[in-house]
Design a protein around this ligand. Structure first.
Ligand code: UT7
Length: 334
């Protein structure tokens, strides 16, 4: 049976205006610009400032750009999936709030919590919804306001992350372009290395959990690094192998932006020169579910119809994955 092709047909993005530089962080914690740049590749990151603003506000801006670009009535969208670990609230889903803020009144919506791999997990889910034949237009958002869960007195985590959102529209494609294959993996035993200790059902918020800073992101950096460097490189290579793709066939690698050293290792394993790798970690840091769609947003003009693009991620959970996309349009598309 012929598989229905489902393609990304538009990209939107949003980063907040406020720029937090490494120099500014030097004033806040015991760190140096030199340490941050050599260990991670990050020079600055964006921070969402403003009372009452959350992930949904950034996600909504990214979605509005798609609707504007494509001149689509928001009522035409069938489904919104939001990948995030920093939802506006524990419930309801941030996707619901994004749908409300953008007028997507006919869409059903839900969140996906797969940390840094969230966008890839949500992309595969959205693709399947259209492949099923039941839905035509699905929007996938990857957004995180990491500044909401960072301890700005902990130098080991606060220098790494930033805030931002990206979104894509998925539609059926008649020419065979689009999401070609996906390999997604989870290992829940990795949760001990990267998580938030309190605020869930196991340890609800109390004065004690607040005082002991258990509502901030907790990461054992070296342990995560070890798994990430292998996980992201191996899965990208495995995806190439099972689809008989060589380095020459691939136009772009779009890696999760957690650490330049992890990105280098992945590109190396795939045999790709760095000119084929989308990198914006120096400007935005690690925006968790936002990194991959933010890269697509920045590079959209350079992408060409038929380009083989590999998206790859590793993150909390542990979760990791790689997706092969045959890009479906030239430039900004219209
Ligand atoms: O996206 C979600 C998945 N997350 C990741 O993929 C992150 C993976 N991990 C990493 O990227 C790296 O492990 C980090 C960037 C988090 C840390 O880099 P590292 O090279 O693994 O450093 P380290 O943790 O081994 O620390 C080396 C030293 C330590 O000092 P001592 O014990 O050698 O005296 C740290 O205390 O660097 C120190 N250090 C810092 N120094 C200056 C840690 N953070 C900082 C800092 N500034 N911000």
């Amino acid at each position: 049976m012929q598989r229905t092709s489902v393609a990304i047909t538009a990209v939107g993005g949003y980063v907040p205006d406020f720029v937090l530089t490494n120099k500014m962080l030097e004033e806040m914690v015991d760190t140096t610009d030199e340490w941050i740049v050599t260990r991670t590749g990050i020079r600055e990151r964006r921070i969402l400032k403003g009372e009452g603003l959350g992930s949904s506000d950034m996600g909504a801006e990214a979605v509005k750009e798609i609707l504007r670009k494509r001149n689509i009535d928001p009522a035409e969208i069938d489904c919104v999936i939001c990948a995030t670990v920093t939802p506006d609230m524990v419930f309801p889903a941030t996707a619901n709030i994004i749908a409300d803020k953008t007028g997507m009144v006919n869409a059903f919506s839900f969140d996906v919590g797969a940390a840094c791999s969230g966008f890839l997990f949500a992309l595969t889910t959205g693709t399947s919804l259209i492949e099923s034949g039941r839905y035509r237009k699905v929007i996938v958002v990857g957004v995180d306001k990491m500044s909401a869960i960072l301890d700005f007195s902990d130098r080991t985590t606060c220098v790494i992350f930033g805030d931002g959102a990206g979104a894509v529209l998925l539609e059926k494609n008649e020419e065979g372009f689009g999401i070609m294959d996906s390999l997604l993996k989870t290992d829940g035993s990795g949760r001990k290395h990267l998580h938030m200790k309190a605020g869930g059902s196991v340890k609800p918020a109390t004065i004690e959990t607040v005082m002991s800073k258990e509502h901030f992101l907790y990461q054992e950096g070296q342990a995560v690094f070890k798994f990430a460097v292998k996980g992201m490189a191996d899965i990208s290579y495995e995806l190439m192998q099972r689809n008989n793709l060589t380095a020459e066939d691939i136009a772009w690698l779009v890696p999760h932006q957690a650490n330049l050293r992890i990105i280098d290792a992945t590109a190396n394993r795939m045999g790709l020169p760095m000119e084929k790798v989308m990198i914006n970690i120096q400007k935005y840091g690690n925006t968790t579910a936002g990194t991959i769609p933010l890269c697509l947003w920045e590079w959209e003009k350079q992408l060409k119809k038929g380009d083989n693009v590999i998206l790859a991620a590793f993150g909390g959970g542990f979760t990791w994955g790689a997706t092969w996309v045959k890009w479906a349009y030239d430039g900004t598309g219209r």
